[in-house]
Design a protein around this ligand. Structure first.
Ligand code: HOZ
Length: 425
């Protein structure tokens, strides 16, 4: 028996489903998950020593590739001075200054330990600041496993057919208004109806947990204007897109400034980190200055901060964005050309180092169109790719990530394998 299969058998006996995060169980693509022994550059190495060109990149953080030497050295240096202090430390000030200088809307920032904590805290802060309770979210957007946000959620919840999680009191869900993404009329209608009851609108400005979707021209602008008019807090969840589509995320690319932003993934350089920030006036509403409580023993942890600072520093010094865009176009073009040779309708939304595959005649613009796309093809492609050394996210509704190490022979091989996979359909 393979080492991975053996580990999975043991894991299933003592870990629910054998995994610590549901999509990893491969339920929507079939087969059993492999276990990773180590990772380097663009590659994962399984417990059975199979090298895999990795397009998950730890679900986003590894923009510089796995086991980056600069990040590793920063962690090693920090480790010499201790692992956790429970007091303010030198690193967190540096980190906060970097975030404020890189992310356009952020004047003040608070560090947390995950993207889920970040989005949860922005919602509480928006409610505390406005004195209102209702929030708007969009179908297919996923903001972590926060109670009031697990309604028509994307990512693993959608992959497993549980977009509305059990265990959420109906009274919580009742405070969440779910709208179709990219539908300005629906947004205007909701503001007309609920107007001054709305504490916040939370959105992934590029929804990336239902495949990858882009906003229609003017859509985010309308959202910004409505929020400003009704005194509603606009929250951008840039956990996936922050530091990835541009140093300053979608807000830098589009010039639209949210009131609050949730961050995660890249900001921790592969260690568990999240952050939320925004206008000083709103941020000062959190404890110890204000009445909204939020805290964390490991928040601003020195090892995590050291890793994150090194990751952000490298983004500034290397400026990898145009290279990543070239890699993204290379893989998009290979996929589209294979599909057109085969006569298959394929959409490959791509921006910089993010892309996904939708088997659909037309571009996908919202949740309904995403779930209506053909998903069985993805399973076949996933399995073909895995057998031939390429790892895609184990769900048709997750985004693929490219890193700086996906260059040269790794990219050529990945394009070959994925093209063959499409032609094998
Ligand atoms: N649903 C998460 C990504 N959008 C998966 C995280 C994980 O399994 O590590």
């Amino acid at each position: 028996m393979s080492h991975s299969n053996d580990l999975f058998e043991r894991a299933q006996k003592i870990i629910p489903g054998g995994v610590n995060s549901p999509v990893r169980a491969f339920h929507s693509v079939g087969g059993t998950p492999f276990f990773t022994k180590r990772a380097q550059g663009a590659f994962l190495y399984t417990a059975d020593d199979q090298p895999l060109i990795d397009f998950v990149c730890t679900w986003g953080p590894a923009i510089h590739g796995h086991n980056d030497p600069t990040i590793k050295a920063a962690i090693a240096t920090a480790l010499e001075s201790g692992t956790s202090f429970g007091t303010p430390n030198l690193y967190e000030v540096d980190m906060a200054e970097r975030i404020v200088s890189m992310v356009p809307s952020v004047e003040k920032v608070r560090m947390v330990n995950s993207g889920t904590e970040a989005t949860m805290s922005t919602i509480r802060l928006a409610r505390g600041f406005t004195g209102r309770t209702k929030i708007i979210k969009f179908a297919g957007c996923y903001h972590g496993h926060v109670d009031s946000l697990l309604v028509q959620a994307g990512s693993g919840a959608l992959t497993l057919g549980q977009p509305d999680s059990a265990g959420i009191p109906p009274s919580f869900a009742a405070e969440t208004i779910v709208l179709p993404y990219n539908d300005t009329e629906a947004l205007v209608g909701a503001f007309k109806r609920y107007g001054e009851e709305l504490a916040a609108v939370i959105v992934e400005p590029y929804p990336a947990n239902v495949g990858l979707i882009f906003p229609h021209p003017g859509y985010l602008e309308s959202m910004r204007q409505l929020c400003s008019r009704f005194g509603t807090i606009l929250i951008f969840d840039e956990v996936m897109t922050g530091f990835r589509v541009a140093a300053g995320g979608v807000q830098e690319k589009t010039g639209i400034t949210p009131d609050l932003t949730a961050l995660g993934k890249i900001i921790g350089g592969g260690l568990p980190v999240g952050a939320f920030g925004g206008k000083a006036e709103i941020m000062d509403f959190i404890a110890p200055l204000g009445p909204v409580y939020q805290a964390g023993t490991l928040s601003g942890n020195p090892l995590a901060m050291a890793a994150g600072i090194a990751a952000l520093e490298k983004l500034t010094s290397d400026n990898p964005y145009s290279r990543l865009q070239t890699f993204g176009e290379q893989i998009r073009d290979a996929l589209l050309s294979a599909a057109s040779q085969k006569g298959l309708p394929l959409q490959v939304p791509q921006t910089g180092s993010m892309f996904c595959l939708f088997f659909s005649e037309n571009p996908v613009t919202n949740y309904e169109e995403a779930v209506a796309s053909e998903t069985d093809h993805f399973k076949t492609i996933f399995q073909h790719a895995l057998k031939n050394g390429v790892y895609l996210p184990p769900s048709p509704f997750e985004t693929c990530f490219i890193c700086s190490s996906h260059e040269g022979s790794a990219m050529i091989r990945a394009c070959e394998v994925l093209s063959e996979a499409i032609k094998s359909l």
